[in-house]
Design a protein around this ligand. Structure first.
Ligand code: GRF
Length: 195
């Protein structure tokens, strides 16, 4: 029975690409990507999806009068795609409580910090500024908060002397690309129970 994945993204989509590669190589057994949705029509990640022949759905926020209407359209696409898991991969909008409730336990997110430290924007910069010696990434279930849901797995990287926001972000990103597929695999195999 194939396991259906939807991906929501707003930007370059390198995590999406890593997931797609893991699907193609069989590293996430039985998985298929059934929809790639973006609130940013020009997102590089959408183009990456098209190049892979995957269903790519631009849902421009500015085309809708309200957040609710925008989300309704995304929910409609998800209703048709029937994903088992919805993977947020650089999706830059906070989902409404109604959206989360509709898909509770099925939504995953990746964050470039060791949550609960540094939720929200500019996590890598704030880890540097706080003088952390270790940082990393977290894959977690999404709840109503911002980067607050139950943790599925974390990977650490050292913060090195002379690190900049860019160098630390790149080091973390390498781990993100491994971590997301591993987390999806664990959830789909039942090794991690959804909340
Ligand atoms: C990643 O750092 C991810 O942790 C954060 O947004 C970034 C997305 O990068 N949520 P990409 O679009 O997957 O390349």
């Amino acid at each position: 029975m194939p396991r259906r994945l939807a991906v929501l993204l707003s930007g370059r989509g390198s995590n999406f690409e890593a997931i797609a590669e893991a699907v193609d190589s069989g590293a996430i057994p039985g998985a298929e990507i059934v929809a790639v949705i973006s609130d940013v029509p020009a997102a590089v990640g959408l183009e990456r999806a098209r190049r892979r022949g995957l269903p790519a759905f631009p849902v421009d926020r500015s085309g809708f009068a309200s957040r609710g209407e925008h989300e309704s359209e995304i929910l409609r696409i998800l209703e048709e795609a029937k994903p088992d898991l919805i993977c947020l991969a650089g999706y830059m909008r906070v989902l409404s409580p109604e959206f989360v409730a509709r898909h509770r336990g099925r939504i995953l997110n990746i964050h470039p910090a060791l949550l609960p430290k540094f939720p929200g924007l500019h996590a890598q910069k704030r880890a540097l500024e706080a003088g952390e010696t270790v940082s990393g990434c977290t894959v977690h279930f999404v709840d109503e908060g911002t980067d607050t849901g139950p943790v599925i797995l974390q990977r650490t990287v050292p913060v090195l002397p002379g690190d900049t926001e860019e160098s630390l972000s790149e080091r973390i990103l390498v781990e993100e690309h491994q971590a997301y597929s591993e987390a999806i695999r664990r959830v789909l195999s039942g090794g991690v129970k959804s909340p």
